[in-house]
Design a protein around this ligand. Structure first.
Ligand code: 5AD
Length: 330
């Protein structure tokens, strides 16, 4: 397809960086861009919105990501991890409400690949749900064990496609992350990528590269959310990412990757962007299914919802809200 938006021509056979940058900078194309993204989403998924339940099962982390509130340098925070039996129970419970359960944690080496594979196997045996893992980088062999245990999908964002910025924020090269994504794809996981919008030092050129990275790595899902300053991190003095810019990037992702699952990320929801996101290309919403006791402790950025609403009620509230918007919860 070829999209003509204002003075810009975006050719999907050969999406170019200059056009993406120009579209990001041009504020006169927004209405048109959002409308086209919504049309593509509707063509691909009708009025469906896919709802997933996410269990944040450990906030221990070996990484030192500069933006993240649970990074290894945060010595003052209270750490927790769920025991395998409790995690399996929580996932099986969540699966009564959600058809996909996402298991997310910091990079916590307490859980060996063996343990994670066993957890996945037990969940798949007891519940009829898709299992998505979001646990960071592991070796090919480790990923293989999880895949063979029945894990369906894996979320691992590239966070930023600017190699210099990536390394400054993470202390390791971007290629390390891209290699991990490629291992996952090679094993047949449905791969979720994504990045943050508004990281300090990021430009529209970076965002264009972020979008092109999603295309190049052929991700099947992509989480695109605004950076939110966590006051206890080294980025405390920075500014939050712009939710409006995030919506533009999301809409462009929908044009570039028509069939890709694009969540209204939790970070975007924190900024009040959920409703808009659903009409700018997003087709997925994630809801917390973390046991109440741990919700406040999974503090990767401020403003996250830690309310204690039973899953069924939480889902039902969302379903009704979506129905009012003409959307149907799947
Ligand atoms: N602001 C926004 N998103 C963040 N993440 C981590 N820290 C922040 C932050 N301060 C996102 C990253 C990570 C996901 C689990 O949360 O994109 O992949």
């Amino acid at each position: 397809a070829i999209y003509v938006l204002g003075d810009h021509t975006l050719d999907l056979r050969e999406p170019d960086r200059e056009t993406l940058v120009a579209l990001l900078k041009d504020e006169t194309v927004n209405e048109e861009l959002f409308h086209v993204a919504d049309c593509v989403k509707t063509r691909e998924f009708g009025n469906k919105v896919f709802i997933r339940g996410i269990i944040e099962f450990s906030n221990h982390c070996r990484c030192t990501c500069a933006y993240c509130g649970i990074n290894a340098r945060m010595t003052r925070i209270k750490r927790y991890r769920m025991l395998p039996d409790d995690l399996v129970d929580a996932a099986v419970h969540a699966a009564q409400t959600y058809r996909t359960v996402i298991l997310q944690s910091g990079e916590d080496r307490f859980y060996t690949a063996d343990m994670l594979a066993d957890i996945v196997r037990r969940i798949k045996k007891q519940a009829n749900c898709a299992v998505t893992l979001s646990i960071g980088e592991r070796t090919l062999e480790e990923y293989r064990m999880m895949r063979e245990a029945g894990a369906d999908r894996f979320l691992l964002k590239h966070e930023t496609a600017n190699a210099v910025l990536y390394e400054a924020l993470h202390g390791v090269p971007l290629e390390t992350r891209l290699d991990a994504q490629r291992r996952l794809r090679g094993l047949g996981f449905e791969l979720g990528g994504g990045f943050m919008v508004g990281l300090p030092g990021q430009t529209d050129e970076t965002l264009a590269d972020d979008l092109l990275t999603l295309v190049r790595e052929k991700v099947q899902m992509a989480g695109i959310g605004p950076f939110i300053v966590h006051p206890d991190t080294e980025l405390a003095g920075a500014r939050d990412g712009d939710p409006h810019k995030t919506l533009k990037v999301l809409a462009l992702a929908r044009l570039l990757l028509p069939a890709c699952h694009l969540p209204s990320t939790t970070a975007l929801n924190v900024k009040g962007g959920m409703k808009n996101a659903l009409f700018c290309g997003a087709d997925v919403i994630m809801q917390k299914a973390t046991p109440f006791a741990y919700r406040e402790l999974y503090d990767i950025y401020p403003g996250r919802d830690a309310r204690e609403v039973p899953l069924e009620e939480q889902y039902e509230t969302l379903r009704k809200g979506l129905a009012e918007l003409g959307l149907s919860a799947e």
